[in-house]
Design a protein around this ligand. Structure first.
Ligand code: MRU
Length: 345
């Protein structure tokens, strides 16, 4: 991809500070657990799979200074780290999935010395990282089969390399289709209020020389009506057992518009984004972010200071509006029945 969204070498955890893109390309180092927490909370690192990989390394950062050989103390500390990082953001299930996986591998090796357990945890985080890379690649291969040369594809938010440890989910489909020689044009929704589409998707597609056109979110319907959109491909932050999918706020509206205009609406996500403990999307916790993100634009007040604001960061698209879910295992089409459970194994 030409850049590493997350990097862990010689016990140093580094990320691209996505708050500064596209103006500045800055790598920051997260040396303390608090840095890890804040980087997730403030969206220096964001996107469901990337948050999961980063949090896994975050556990290693949190344990770095722990000298104790007392296993009981070690596990108490590990638990605190995991619970603390789980508080950083609520919607992307990959965060909880990765942290639980880290805890589970530590418990499985509870009879080893604390030094050995720390090494095992680093290995596990690297494994989660590598797996994410592979899943992105497989999602690209599976999804590209749905794309025809000449397609004009709309995407929302950023589900690209910046949102994962690999080539992305929704954007991996686009990268792969292009690699296969298909002619693709992309429309990127700017994605208010934090502009992940404008700042990040436009940036990475442009860097990869993909034909990309930026639009404001409220232009999507009009473009669909004019026949300018052939397909919509988005990512997801959490998918319930029935296929309802939470993604960046505005995704649901796009799915409704897609139905009206008979445009295929695809969700691309790895197995780590599925939450089979939730039967439907209605129980997916939706993050409510700070009002000032809506009251201000590019550092300037654009609404009266005291005005009431709602700022849900995600919405849930019901499975009936989703044409298919593209995963690293295969492409799942409705009616799902219990077929989605295949992503588990
Ligand atoms: O608030 P963000 O930027 O973390 O939201 C990200 C998204 O909604 C992405 O579409 C989703 O995480 C999928 S990333 C492959």
């Amino acid at each position: 991809m030409g850049f590493k969204t997350i990097d862990y070498e010689n016990d140093k955890l580094k990320i691209i500070d996505q708050r500064r893109l596209p103006g500045k390309f800055i790598i920051i180092e997260c040396n303390r657990l608090k840095d890890v927490y804040n980087s997730i909370k403030t969206l220096a690192v964001r996107g469901a799979p990337a948050i999961g990989v980063f949090a896994a390394y975050g556990v290693c950062v949190g344990l770095k200074g722990t000298k104790t050989s007392d296993r009981e103390k070690f596990f108490l500390h590990l638990n605190k780290i995991v619970e603390y990082l789980k508080e950083s953001r609520p919607t992307a299930v990959n965060l909880f999935w990765a942290l639980d996986r880290m805890k589970a591998i530590a418990c499985k090796n509870k009879d080893k010395s604390t030094i050995q357990i720390k090494k095992i945890l680093i290995k596990e985080a690297k494994c989660i990282h590598k797996e994410d890379e592979m899943m992105c690649k497989a999602i690209g291969i599976n999804g590209a089969r749905l794309i025809r040369s000449g397609d004009k594809i709309l995407t929302h938010c950023n589900a690209g390399a910046l949102a994962t440890a690999g080539s992305g989910t929704a954007l991996s489909v686009i990268y792969r289709a292009k690699q296969e020689g298909k002619r693709i044009a992309v429309y990127a929704d700017e994605t208010r209020p934090l502009l992940q589409g404008a700042r990040l998707t436009a940036w990475e597609l442009n860097k990869r020389k993909i034909d990309v056109t930026l639009i404001c979110d409220n232009m999507a319907g009009s473009l669909m009506k004019q026949g300018l959109i052939d397909k919509i491909v988005v990512g997801a932050d959490r998918i319930a057992a029935n296929g309802d999918a939470a993604n960046k706020i505005g995704t649901y509206g796009l799915a409704v518009l897609a139905k009206e205009h008979k445009i295929p609406f695809y969700v691309a996500a790895p197995s780590s984004t599925f939450d089979f403990t939730l039967k439907t999307g209605k129980d997916i916790p939706i993050e409510e972010r700070e009002p000032r993100e809506v009251r201000r634009f590019a550092g300037v007040d654009t609404a009266p200071k005291a005005i009431k604001v709602r700022n849900p960061a995600f919405d849930v698209t019901p499975s009936r509006l989703i044409t298919a879910i593209i995963t690293e295992k295969s492409v799942f089409k409705k009616p799902y029945g219990r077929s989605l459970e295949k992503v588990k194994g």
